[in-house]
Design a binder for this molecule. Structure first.
Ligand SMILES: *[C@@H]1O[C@H](CO)[C@@H](O)[C@H](O)[C@H]1NC(C)=O
Ligand SMILES: *[C@@H]1O[C@H](CO)[C@@H](O)[C@H](O)[C@H]1NC(C)=O
Ligand SMILES: CC(=O)N[C@H]1CO[C@H](CO)[C@@H](O)[C@@H]1O
Length: 572
């Protein structure tokens, strides 16, 4: 996976369009400050009260002329950020999301994508499996051992794992050259796992070695084990000459050329992988949540909830076996028209290359939390005089305030936060060395009060994110329970009704989670759990509980579990 910084840089690059950026900034800035100062404020048109955007000229220290106090600003900020996600309002948001999810399931071809995985593990699967995880910055190859639910100690174990950095040179490999590189790494891991250290000389010695793959790129899946390659993006050139070809065939051929008989047997998305990997450990797992730079949820639902056209061309045998299916929600795309949007969200969208593509993602994911904080902070500098009334030069650039930075400020002491913030966003750039120009005026110092101000912004921003995610999970959970209840009375499908009855007997549901925001942002996980508990209590509370459980090594284990389910299915 690429780092947050890489993603942000890419986002900034896509925004940078010469003059239009400056124009967009100006428009944003004036829009925001006028709104904040209200129609009656005469100073809204006073250009001196706004920081200069043209920082080619040495900026004179702005005379701070605050029109409101920092506390007043924070009061309004909390009102706009938190009030619409409190109590009954949050329950209402969940109801509206549920309606959008239902529509998406029936008709929208871009989200609510049914995977080929219709089976949750029985947890008795066991054996050694080869798993591959191809991400934006790392290739991982592993031999995973599944030991079954009754095993002493942990039920799953990574016997051997090798990680290979995907650097610029690898990304530049075109077509088969890239897959030859991948094959070379698979061969080396497999030979090491056969060797004396692991005592597994028979690995793959009888017939082909089956492999599970976690693939974090677009693919048009045509079966559990195959899919047509689509543009990988993220700076990769591998697909340039291979578009539309079958990924399984390509990997198989590349490994054969290196003398290894491999068969790709299962391809999974990261969200599906997280659900499957945790379902092997905990039989109550029905959801997964990935919340890092982006956001996604996978959910286990009755097949009947998904519009038939969305399954594409699948053999009748798939439908014969499937009562349920794991659905990749592509959660970020939902929320249009129903989310509690503030003027800072509007500013973020207005400057975004695809403002309507992922409305929900803009309010919740790591790609955007820092930017939202920056937009509010820049406004507050002008209207309240925080940061000495001067925007640090680096913060004038969109996406320059990392979510990682505000996460640090939320969790660490004000002293170390102050040091970090000053290092990343100094008030003055390096002083001019030209002796002819007058020495630049001393910029105002950033102080602890400023850091506490940013911390308050950051806290409301992350809290709103957790409330919205809770509404999403709760809505899907309610939707699932209602859908299961409806299938129980489906008299035409005995097997489906039996499976639904079993689903309804679950009184605990587990959400497997992974991702930097949910794992690292101080207080996030607890806030999310609190909001979920509140929503369940408000709804009557009788239908059970939802627990969040971390999914470790979810990609590799999930790929292995998908493979294991398949073998189990064949044996039966
Ligand atoms: C699954 O997780 C839930 C919530 O953490 C827990 O209560 C339950 O005991 C777990 N079940 C198993 C089989 O580990
Ligand atoms: C999420 O996945 C990564 C990579 O597989 C892993 O390092 C991390 O520990 C996982 N998170 C949790 C909470 O288990
Ligand atoms: C089945 C499924 O959800 N496939 C999706 C996995 O994710 C990629 C994007 O990363 C989509 O293109 C696939 O359709």
């Amino acid at each position: 996976m690429p780092t947050l910084r890489q993603i942000l840089l890419a986002a900034v690059k896509s925004l940078l369009r010469g003059k239009s950026l400056l124009a967009a900034l100006l428009a944003l800035w004036t829009g925001a400050s006028q709104l904040s100062q209200g129609p009656r404020s005469a100073s809204a048109s006073d250009s001196d009260s706004r920081p200069k955007l043209d920082d080619t000229a040495p900026a004179p220290p702005a005379e701070p002329r605050p029109s409101r106090t920092p506390d007043d600003f924070l009061g309004e900020f909390d009102e706009l950020f938190l009030r619409p996600t409190e109590g009954a309002a949050l329950a209402h948001l969940a109801q509206m999301l549920k309606a959008q999810f239902q529509d998406g399931l029936l008709t929208n071809p871009a989200c609510m994508l049914p995977s080929y995985n219709h089976q949750l593990p029985s947890r008795s699967e066991h054996g050694r499996y080869l798993a591959l995880d191809v991400g934006g910055s790392t290739l991982r190859v592993a031999v995973v051992q599944l030991r079954g639910r009754d095993a002493d100690g942990s039920a799953s174990r990574i016997v051997r794992q090798d990680s290979f950095k995907i650097d610029r040179a690898v990304k530049d490999l075109e077509g088969l050259a890239f897959f030859d590189w991948v094959a070379q790494k698979i061969v080396s891991t497999v030979s090491a796992a056969r060797g004396p250290e692991h005592q597994d000389p028979h690995l793959g010695s009888t017939g082909p070695l089956f492999m599970g793959l976690a693939w974090s790129f677009p693919i048009e899946q045509t079966s559990l084990k195959g899919g047509k390659l689509q543009s990988m993006g993220k700076g990769f050139r591998a697909c340039a000459t291979l578009l539309g070809q079958d990924l399984g065939d390509i990997i198989k051929a590349a490994c054969h050329a290196r003398g290894l008989d491999v068969e790709l047997a299962a391809i999974v998305n990261d969200s599906t992988a997280a659900l499957l990997s945790e379902a092997y450990l905990n039989s109550s797992t029905r959801f997964s949540l990935i919340l890092g730079t982006g956001v996604n949820i996978a959910v286990h639902l009755p097949v009947a909830t998904v519009g038939r056209a969305k399954f594409g061309d699948r053999p009748a045998t798939w439908f014969d076996k499937a009562s349920h299916v794991i659905v990749n929600t592509e959660l970020g795309m939902f929320g249009k028209g129903i989310l509690p949007i503030t003027r800072w969200d509007e500013a973020l969208n207005a400057a975004h290359a695809k403002p309507d593509f992922q409305p929900l993602e803009h309010l919740v994911s790591g790609c955007y939390l820092g930017e939202m904080c920056r937009l509010a902070l820049v406004e507050a500098v002008a209207t309240t005089g925080v940061l000495g009334g001067l925007v640090p030069p680096s913060l004038k650039v969109p996406y320059s305030l990392d979510t990682e930075t505000i996460s640090f400020i939320s969790g660490e002491s004000p002293e170390s936060s102050l040091a970090l913030f000053k290092a990343r966003h100094p008030q003055s750039s390096t002083p001019s060395t030209s002796s002819s120009s007058p020495p630049p005026p001393t910029p105002p110092e950033i102080n602890k009060q400023d850091i506490l101000f940013i911390r308050r912004l950051a806290s409301s921003i992350s809290q709103r994110s957790s409330a919205i995610i809770a509404a999403c999970i709760f809505a899907l959970w309610q939707f699932k329970i209602e859908a299961e209840a409806a299938s129980v009375s489906d008299l035409e499908n005995d097997a489906g009704a039996a499976a639904a009855r079993e689903e309804l007997s679950l009184d605990k549901h587990v959400v497997a989670f992974n991702g930097s925001v949910i794992e690292c942002y101080p207080g996030y996980l607890q806030n999310l759990q609190d909001y979920l508990d509140q929503l369940i209590t408000a709804a009557g509370g009788s239908a059970g509980t939802i627990s969040l459980v971390g999914a470790k090594e979810s990609s590799l284990l999930g790929a292995a579990v998908a493979l294991a389910c398949l073998e189990e299915g064949k044996a039966n």
